[in-house]
Design a binder for this molecule. Structure first.
Ligand code: GLC
Length: 511
């Protein structure tokens, strides 16, 4: 086999020699539970392909495969001034993006607002009121005293929303720990627009988008090989471009079968029926204790929100079972608090470069009031590696499935999110898994594989929820101008009061 990326030392064999037998046995058990071998990766990928297909069909499946009404890639020559709003998990980001005439260029100004924790489980009016207040503040700050035309807005709403129209979306269900009553099953746009209206904020929503679609489009703006947009963060999901002829559930609309439409897969829902993913007892607990049991099966095994919790559940279990005497005699009350460890805790364990794991030792003392002994530290490190590796390898199955389904032998995949950007070794582990699934023997250049020549390369994306949202708004306005209003609920309303309505061609995307 051809090596891929820097090889990690066959780590810590020496220190294992001093381990009590029961601890060695326990590490082996965890390795069996959390390791996904090549054969299993391939089986998961094959099943994934059939589930992607099912999701596109009229009957549907558990992966939603939501058509986004973002019809095709940008040319690089889109122009105009747009607002973008990203309602993510931790922050609310507002941007103003100017797309100048130069190909693939953009200017951006932005402000971030904290997303108060209590809003995530509060009520809908408070949520939309807060979002509208932030937009109002942004406009007042950046356009004080100006008489403004209505600014078109691309709103990145990173939750599963069925989109009969690009300017509307019905939230299927909350994901990523949000739990606000009275929003699921409803169109999120009218209450959002009502909150803007109440405050007289000069904004017109042009496109409601998913973060993955934004990532795909923003990355394609500067890279024509871009085929898939992925988020590996608090949640995990992907979007790609499909031809309408392949979307069975849109057959009744008689669209041009060759026209392109971006599909927001919502692949977090893959294997909700538990047919193929190798779930451990800890995955079962995560699901059972989550606000939406039975949903987002794939996401719950790989996304940032759950990595720390998986790790915590294993450690608590080992303490309670007693056979390895994990943290024996210590007060583990801090560790017992659900969701007290996030993915960055795991990252820190994996990043500990000291042979004696001194950083991990200090981290446990400081954050959890636990003093781990040396063999316990070894288990902790191995467990973090296993959970992080499983996440990267399972994530790769989704990417491989889209590539195989579309027949892409080579592709660029734009990725964003905290796990992709910050979790140690995630990229190399993902590439290794792709190599195993797709049987790569050599790089694109025919030479031994190395970063930069992988046939399918997962690479850092452009700013999806800023530039991507602006581009999708621009593409939407442009096609309205050209008379293509398919998938747009209120195209006249969309233009009303904007520069575009006055025939300002620059606001549409010029050439
Ligand atoms: C969750 C959301 C999805 C989003 C992903 C990444 O899976 O359901 O819409 O794209 O997280 O943020």
């Amino acid at each position: 086999m051809v090596g891929l990326g820097p090889k990690r030392k066959p780590s810590r064999k020496g220190s294992m020699a001093d381990m009590p037998g029961s601890m060695v046995e326990e590490i082996k058990r965890l390795e069996q539970l959390f390791t996904v071998d090549t054969k299993k990766l391939k089986a998961i990928t094959e099943h994934f392909i059939s589930e992607l297909d099912k999701g596109l069909s009229k009957e549907g499946g558990s992966i939603p495969m939501n058509p986004t009404w973002c019809m095709g890639f940008p040319t690089g020559y889109e122009t105009g001034t747009f607002l973008a709003l990203d309602m993510g998990g931790t922050n609310l980001r507002v941007c103003e993006i100017n797309l100048p005439e130069e190909k693939g260029e953009f200017d951006i100004i932005q402000s971030k607002y904290r997303m108060p924790e209590e809003l995530k489980t509060g009520n809908a009016d408070e949520l939309w009121g807060y979002v509208a207040d932030c937009l109002q503040q942004f406009i007042e700050y950046h356009h004080e005293g100006e008489k403004l035309d209505k600014l078109p807005l691309g709103f990145t709403f990173s939750y599963p929303a069925t989109q009969e129209y690009i300017d509307h979306g019905v939230l299927q269900r909350w994901t990523k720990g949000f739990d606000i009553d009275g929003v699921e099953g409803k169109d999120v746009v009218p209450p959002f627009e009502a909150a803007l209206e109440e405050r007289g904020v000069p904004i017109k929503l042009t496109a409601l988008i998913n973060d993955t679609t934004g990532t795909l489009i923003a990355s394609a703006y500067t890279d024509s090989e871009m085929k898939i947009g992925c988020i590996f963060g608090t949640g995990c999901n992907a979007a790609y471009m499909e031809t309408c002829g392949n979307v069975g559930k849109l057959a009744h609309m008689n669209l041009d079968p060759d026209a392109e439409i971006a599909i927001n897969c919502e692949w977090g829902a893959f294997d909700n029926e538990h047919k193929i993913l190798p779930r451990t007892p800890y995955d079962v607990i995560i699901d059972k204790d989550s606000p939406r049991p039975g949903q987002q099966a794939f996401e719950k095994m790989i996304a940032g929100l759950y990595l720390g919790e998986l790790f915590r559940l294993v450690l608590v279990d080992l303490h309670e079972q007693g056979h390895v005497k994990m943290f024996e005699g210590q007060d583990i009350s801090a560790l017992k608090k659900p969701y007290s460890l996030d993915a960055s805790f795991l990252s820190q364990v994996e990043e500990d470069a000291f042979e004696n794991l001194a950083q991990t030792h200090d981290l446990f003392e400081k954050e959890l009031n636990i003093t781990p002994k040396r063999p316990e530290l070894e288990l902790i490190r191995r467990l973090a590696e296993l959970i992080g590796t499983r996440s990267a390898r399972l994530s790769a199955c989704g990417v491989a499935a889209i590539c195989k389904k579309k027949g892409y032998k080579t592709a660029h995949v734009g990725a964003d999110g905290s796990v992709f950007n910050k979790y140690p070794h995630f990229k190399v582990r993902g590439a290794q898994a792709l190599k195993e699934i797709l049987d790569w023997e050599s790089g694109r250049d025919g030479k031994p594989l190395k970063e930069g020549t992988y046939p399918v390369e997962i690479m850092p994306a452009e700013d999806g929820s800023g530039v991507g949202a602006a581009l999708i708004a621009a593409l939407t306005l442009k096609r309205v101008q050209e008379g293509n209003t398919v998938g747009i609920k209120d195209w006249e309303g969309m233009l009303k009061g904007t520069k575009a309505a006055k025939g300002d061609n620059k606001q549409f995307g010029g050439k």
